[in-house]
Design a protein around this ligand. Structure first.
Ligand SMILES: [Zn+2]
Length: 269
């Protein structure tokens, strides 16, 4: 959301990242200082109440006449998360949770950018041209990204990939791929022993060449599974957070999505 908002705003305002670099947003809770930042802001952008579950409570104390609140995924129909049982240790079944990871689909990402643009134009009509020009340039890059993905996977024979965190469901759907996940839509949802056995069998029977994991979350299970099955590990970044190092290196949504595409080509070919 930070990167999308920054690209729409350009030099017309200051965009600040609320969730600290390298922090897993599924686990994030705002501090009193963070809440004050939201209260003091002119505009507050978040992805979806299904990911930033704390937003609902925070907004009760925010003056919406002052702070314009943008739920970027608000107009997108969310689908249910991973279909298999993701029983957490507390015994809760997360089968019915909606999947918030829309930004990982370059087409839905465009919808989020448009939602941010429209909210800013509405609030600052005198800056309409600036926001429209900025977002048009960025949307063009997202269209190119979509074309790259489409072309890469159009003639692939294997269309299934195995990933640790079920963050790539919308991306998979957009390009006719199938995501098999080890954990659920929240990366700390540990798989049950029967799900692990099932995955191991799946990997062996289908000659799955790569298991994807993400660097920021716990990836122990993915690594164990790769070791047990003798399969290569590769990174798929769910872009929920970039580390400070990645930010300083100039990484952004588009550069990481291009890295994800290269990584996916290792199994979808
Ligand atoms: Zn996630």
């Amino acid at each position: 959301m930070y990167d999308f908002a920054k690209n729409v705003v350009g030099d017309a305002g200051d965009v600040e990242l609320l969730i600290p670099a390298g922090t897993e947003p599924h686990d994030y809770e705002p501090s009193a200082k963070d809440i004050a930042k939201i209260t003091d802001a002119d505009v507050f952008v978040y992805n979806s109440g299904e990911l930033e579950t704390w937003v609902k409570d925070v907004l009760e104390n925010v003056d919406k006449n002052k702070v314009t609140v943008v739920e970027a995924a608000g107009s997108i129909d969310l689908v249910a998360g991973a279909e298999h049982d993701d029983e957490e240790e507390d015994g809760h079944d997360h089968d019915h949770e909606l999947d918030p990871h829309v930004w990982l689909d370059p087409v839905l990402a465009q919808k989020e950018v448009e939602a941010i643009r429209d909210a800013l134009v509405k609030k600052y009509p005198e800056q309409k041209e600036v926001f429209e020009k900025n977002s048009a340039a960025y949307l063009e890059k997202l269209v190119d990204l979509d074309t790259d993905y489409k072309e890469a996977f159009a003639n692939a024979k294997n269309k299934t990939f195995v990933t640790q965190h079920a963050a790539f469901g919308y991306l998979a759907k957009q390009y006719g791929l199938t995501q098999e996940s080890i954990a659920g839509i929240s990366p700390d949802q540990e798989p049950s022993p029967s799900r692990l056995a099932e995955l191991k069998k799946y990997i062996e029977e289908n000659n799955v060449p790569v298991i994807y994991f993400e660097t920021s979350a716990s990836s122990k299970v993915a690594k164990t599974l790769a070791k047990e099955t003798g399969v290569e590990l590769a990174v798929l970044n769910p872009l929920e957070s970039l580390t400070k190092k990645e930010q300083e290196a100039g990484e952004n949504y588009i550069s990481v999505m291009k890295e994800n595409l290269e990584a996916l080509k290792k199994s979808i070919k």
